[in-house]
Write a protein that binds this ligand. Structure first.
Ligand code: RIB
Length: 350
């Protein structure tokens, strides 16, 4: 079978919705990160020379300097990590999810594992022994306009490798979901490529998120190859879409992304999202809410979409549910919702 006819066949499977007898809805792979959340004024982002709205990689010492500088007695902690947040959104929608990510055998690692298990996620990778890197963490500064700026130390999450992946569980999943954040480290990137290959060999659809515009800056060409060779479904936001295509005109970017991947979901903040299925573009409206913290919004959107696609909803209804989950996450501080909201689905997508 040629590459293009293979893609066409996989595409037809999705358009008919991915409802199969596989055991799990989605198999996620990501950096396991504990979030340290603070609210700051705008000038703090400038004073610290941070790139507002983006993610920067740094050492724990640099994170410590930031925490000292902001001197916030009301810091809060949350289990985060982009793909992990997405798996939680799937579970809170009523779906089933498996998570592959690495924590250390330390306090944050224990906290993180408990957080995932309490949401019903199958988090099976054993923690790394202490003495090396700590569990990954991200100091997340949210400004009054609800924008979040992330200062991340990846810690032990960069030691995730392909030998950590449970390929049997992957084969029993309808879809896998990989975060672009993993591209900044060699071992996790190789593990992801292996996940995509095994997914294809076992009739599991492959979904990918670009994660952050700085990654698109660094890896645009690699991301294009990944999308063309491996992906059935992609997620990005408007900034990432513009950088990926190299054009400021969002409509044009949506069209061009849709020509590269047959199932593309592009978020546009409070305006909602674009769904491009086999070149056909639909705009799906967002929900009007007062946003206080945008951390985790894209993750919640992807969770809603993946829940929908793996449970018989059309791509547009799936995106509507994704928009709803994102609107709920931005209405509160922190990267995840606190509880299941599956019972709100019918009204939200009607
Ligand atoms: O997408 C938001 C997530 O990305 C970062 O990895 C943080 O952990 C945060 O929870």
């Amino acid at each position: 079978m040629s590459a293009s006819s293979d893609i066409a066949a996989r595409s037809a499977t999705l358009t008919g919705n991915i409802v199969s007898d596989k055991k799990y809805d989605v198999f996620g792979v990501g950096n396991a990160i504990v979030d340290i959340l603070a609210q700051v004024e705008d000038h703090v982002i400038n004073d610290l020379s941070l790139n507002k709205g983006s993610m920067a990689l740094m050492s724990t010492e640099q994170q410590g300097d930031i925490l000292t500088a902001i001197h916030d007695p009301s810091l809060t902690f949350a289990a985060g990590g982009s793909a992990a947040n997405t798996m939680v959104a799937i579970a809170q929608s009523g779906g089933s999810a498996v998570y592959t990510g690495r924590v250390a055998d330390d306090t944050n690692g224990e906290y993180y594992k408990k957080g995932m298990e309490s949401e019903g996620i199958l988090f099976y990778v054993p923690p790394s022994e202490t003495g090396h890197e700590p569990t990954g963490s991200s100091v997340i500064l949210t400004t009054p306009d609800a924008e979040r700026t992330m200062c991340t130390h990846l810690g032990v999450s960069t030691s995730l490798g392909k030998s950590d992946v449970d390929f049997d569980m992957l084969a029993q999943s309808k879809c896998c979901y990989v975060e672009g954040y993993l591209w900044s480290s060699d071992g996790p990137r190789e593990a992801c490529l292996e996940v995509f290959k095994h997914a294809k060999a076992n009739g599991v659809l492959s979904a990918f998120t670009f994660s952050d515009s700085f990654l698109v800056d660094l890896f645009a060409e690699q991301f294009k190859d990944v999308v063309r060779e491996h992906c059935d479904i992609i997620f990005c936001n408007a900034d990432e879409a513009r950088k990926f295509i190299g054009n400021d005109d969002l409509q044009q970017c949506v069209k061009e992304i849709g020509a590269i991947c047959n199932h593309s979901f592009i978020t546009d903040g409070a305006n909602g999202s674009y769904v491009v299925i086999d070149g056909q573009i639909s705009k799906v409206d967002g929900f009007e809410v007062k946003a206080v913290d945008t951390v985790g919004a894209g993750d919640a959107f992807a969770g809603g979409v993946l829940y929908g696609l793996t449970n018989g909803l059309s791509p547009e209804k799936s995106a509507r549910w994704g928009n709803y989950l994102a609107s709920r996450v931005v209405s509160k501080f922190g990267p995840r919702l606190d509880e299941s909201i599956a019972e709100e689905m019918q009204e939200a997508i009607a």
